[in-house]
Design a protein around this ligand. Structure first.
Ligand code: TXA
Ligand code: MG
Length: 323
């Protein structure tokens, strides 16, 4: 794990780019979560990404770019909506699904005729893509079905022995994976909710089909696989049942933890109070990693309203929680 400080930055980025050009894998920070990067046009690197993650071959990868003109190599059909969205939100946590250019290896997109692209808003990610000179395919840098990493340390723990390098750029500021928007359908459809909300996208391109849980398996193959699964039992609790539910579980004898917006007056093995929805998004995966590491058996998580950023937070919670 290499800390990218201003002093060490350019040498490390150079080293990482050389690894990528040889077909190696480098984990790097983005504003959302850490990515497991390999060159998008390097067939062996792509095969290794799938192998290291234990990722099903039918789950496509997102390609990361650092400048707008790289988009033209990835898709030959870039609509005015795509251009407008790129202008409004890149670099940032919005992934666009477009028609895939013939040159882009089919394996990156799991054989689909589309390709997912985003420009991450993180200086280390952008510097790495620039230095590599090519787009970088990168899923979240975790084993398939496990929690996404928001610290370099999370990557080190699970993939440290299997990849060539981890660039440590500190904690991810957004904390949840990017919004995925399919622009190949009319109206465009949200395949995965993230920090850039439906309303915000609509303010730029007009009508957008909102995210429909359950419906997503068709358009975004990744979402049909288990995701965001913590090892502990996570229970979602409605805000007005918080006190009662907590009291019930306190007498259960289980190793209990909690994540909530409300304070908790009783001592728990693990507790994290989120200041607001932004903090909730930013710190959710971190808190889940911490609770797991402390051996929490049952984690009570306060449900948040399903509006704005709350939609993305609840999506991750509902997919990780016990039904
Ligand atoms: O914030 C993020 O997007 C992070 C960072 C590293 O950029 N990456 C990330 O990648 O979350 P991953 O592989 O964990 O999730 C990619 C999601 C999956 O749900 C996948 O199915 C979807 O994007 N996806 C990728 N290509 C697609 C395509 N061509 N059509 C539809 N969905 C696609
Ligand atoms: Mg992932």
């Amino acid at each position: 794990m290499e800390a990218v400080t201003p002093q060490a930055s350019s040498a490390l980025i150079k080293k990482a780019a050389a690894i990528l050009r040889r077909g190696g894998l480098v984990a790097f920070p983005t504003e959302t979560v850490y990515g497991l990067g390999g060159l998008a046009f390097h067939a062996r690197a792509i095969r290794r990404i799938f192998a290291v993650k234990g990722r099903p071959a039918d789950n496509p990868l997102i390609i990361h770019i650092a400048q707008q003109d790289q988009l033209h190599r990835l898709s030959s059909n870039i609509s005015s909506s795509a251009n407008d969205l790129a202008k409004a939100f890149w670099p940032g946590p919005l992934t666009l699904v477009l028609e895939r250019a013939e040159d882009v290896p089919a394996a990156v997109s799991a054989g689909l005729s589309t390709v997912a692209v985003r420009m991450p808003n993180h200086p280390v990610a952008l510097a790495l893509i620039h230095a590599a000179g090519e787009p970088i395919a990168a899923p979240s840098a975790n084993k398939s079905g496990c929690l996404s990493p928001t610290l370099a340390y999370h990557v080190e723990e699970t993939l440290g022995d299997e990849i060539e390098m981890i660039l440590d750029g500190g904690p991810c500021t957004v904390g949840l994976e990017s919004t995925v928007l399919d622009l190949t359908v009319d109206p465009p459809r949200i395949l995965r909710p993230g920090a850039i909300t439906t309303e915000t996208i609509q303010s730029v391109i007009g009508k957008v089909a909102p995210y429909l849980p359950g419906h997503d398996a068709v358009g975004s193959p990744g979402l049909k696989h288990t995701h965001y699964a913590p090892k502990l039992t996570m229970i979602l609790v409605h805000a007005d049942q918080w006190g009662d539910t907590l009291n019930q579980w306190l007498s259960s004898g289980k190793r209990l933890g909690a994540i909530s917006l409300q304070p908790v007056s009783r001592p728990l093995l693990y507790h994290r109070v989120m200041a607001d929805l932004t903090d909730f998004a930013q710190s959710l995966f971190l808190a889940l990693h911490e609770a797991e590491a402390m051996g929490v058996e049952v984690l009570l998580v306060e449900a948040v309203p399903k509006t704005g950023l709350g939609i993305a937070i609840m999506d991750r919670l509902e997919r990780g929680a016990r039904p």
